[in-house]
Design a protein around this ligand. Structure first.
Ligand SMILES: NC(=O)c1ccc[n+]([C@@H]2O[C@H](COP(=O)([O-])OP(=O)(O)OC[C@H]3O[C@@H](n4cnc5c(N)ncnc54)[C@H](OP(=O)(O)O)[C@@H]3O)[C@@H](O)[C@H]2O)c1
Length: 247
C-alpha cells in the first residue's frame, strides 16, 4: 500500500495547457511540489503558464512541445524518453466535431489519435518494468462519454473508451506494485473543451476537481469525477435504446 502521506514533489503532465492540468499544477505548487515537466503543443500558452508558476511559486518548470496529431517514428525511444517523477498526468483531449467525423476520416482520425493512439507511446514510456516498482502515480483522464455510445459524441466516446480499457489493463498490471494507476472518468468541467456546450448545472470548476483529486494523489482505481456522475451514469447505462438514440 502506498501511504497517503507521501508528498508530490515532482509532476509530469501530457496536456500541460489543459484547464484542469493548470488547476492541478497550481494546487500542487501550493502544496510544495517543486518540479514540473509540462508537455503541450501550444508554445505561447505553455510559456505563459510556466512563467506564472515560476514567478508565483518559485518552482522549476521544464517544457516540451508535442502535437498529438503527429507520430514520431524515428528514434522513438529517444523521443518518448521519460524520467522519474512522483506523479504523471495525462490530461490532453479533443472533443472534435462528431458530425464532421461522420464524413471526413481526417477528423475521425484526429479524434482517435489525440484521445488514444498518440497517448500510448507516452504511457508505455512511463510504465517501464523498473518504474512500476517505485512509489509513483499515474492519472489518466477519460470521460463519462466512454460509458455508452451516443449519437452526438460517439467518436470521442469510442476513443476515450479505448483509453479507459487500456488504462484499466495497466491498472491491474500494477495492482500489486508500488506504482498506482488512477482512471478519472470526468463529467462536465468548465474548460475550453466545453464552453457553451455543457449544461451549467452539471459543470464543475477545475480548481475544485484539483483539490478533490489531490486529497489522495496516489489513490488507485477507476473513479467518477465528481462522485455524482456515478449514480447518473448507472442510470444512463440502463436507459432504453429508444431514449439513448435521441441523446
Ligand atoms: N471539460 C470537460 O467537460 C471534460 C469532460 C470529460 C473529460 N474531459 C477530459 O479531461 C481532460 C482535460 O480536459 P480540459 O477540460 O482541461 O480541456 P482543455 O482545457 O480543452 O484541454 C485539452 C488539452 O488537450 C490538448 N490538446 C488538444 N489537441 C492536442 C493536440 N493535437 N496535441 C497536443 N495537445 C492537444 C490541448 O492543448 P491546447 O491548449 O494547445 O489546445 C489542451 O492542453 C481531457 O482528457 C478531456 O478529454 C473533459
Amino acid at each position: 500500500m502506498i501511504s497517503k502521506e507521501k508528498k508530490v514533489r515532482s509532476v509530469w503532465v501530457l496536456g500541460g495547457t489543459s484547464k484542469v492540468a493548470r488547476s492541478i499544477c497550481i494546487e500542487l505548487a501550493k502544496k510544495g511540489c517543486e518540479k514540473f515537466f509540462l508537455i503541450s503543443r501550444n508554445k505561447v500558452k505553455s510559456n505563459k503558464f510556466s512563467s506564472f508558476l515560476r514567478l508565483e511559486y518559485n518552482v522549476v518548470v521544464e517544457e516540451k512541445y508535442f502535437d498529438l496529431e503527429k507520430f514520431y517514428d524515428s528514434d522513438q525511444e529517444i523521443f518518448y524518453r521519460v524520467s522519474d517523477f512522483d506523479l504523471y498526468i495525462i490530461s490532453s483531449g479533443y472533443l472534435g466535431n462528431n458530425d464532421l467525423a461522420k464524413q471526413n476520416f481526417n477528423e475521425a482520425k484526429r479524434i482517435i489519435d489525440i484521445n488514444f493512439t498518440s497517448i500510448i507511446p507516452w504511457i508505455n514510456a512511463i510504465t517501464t518494468k523498473e518504474r512500476i516498482d517505485k512509489r509513483m502515480g499515474l492519472w489518466v483522464f477519460t470521460s463519462v462519454a466512454a460509458d455508452r455510445g451516443r449519437p452526438s459524441n460517439y467518436f470521442y466516446g469510442a476513443a476515450k473508451s479505448a483509453l479507459e480499457v487500456y488504462s484499466e489493463g495497466l491498472m491491474y498490471r500494477c495492482y500489486k506494485k508500488r506504482f498506482s494507476v488512477r482512471i478519472i472518468k470526468a463529467g462536465y468541467m468548465y474548460s475550453p473543451m466545453t464552453y457553451g456546450k455543457a449544461p451549467k448545472i452539471l459543470c464543475i470548476n477545475t480548481s475544485r476537481v484539483a483539490r478533490l483529486l489531490l486529497k489522495n494523489p496516489f489513490k488507485r482505481g477507476i473513479e467518477y469525477m465528481p462522485w455524482f456522475w456515478n449514480p447518473i451514469m448507472s442510470i444512463v447505462k440502463i436507459l432504453p435504446n429508444k431514449i439513448i438514440s435521441k441523446l
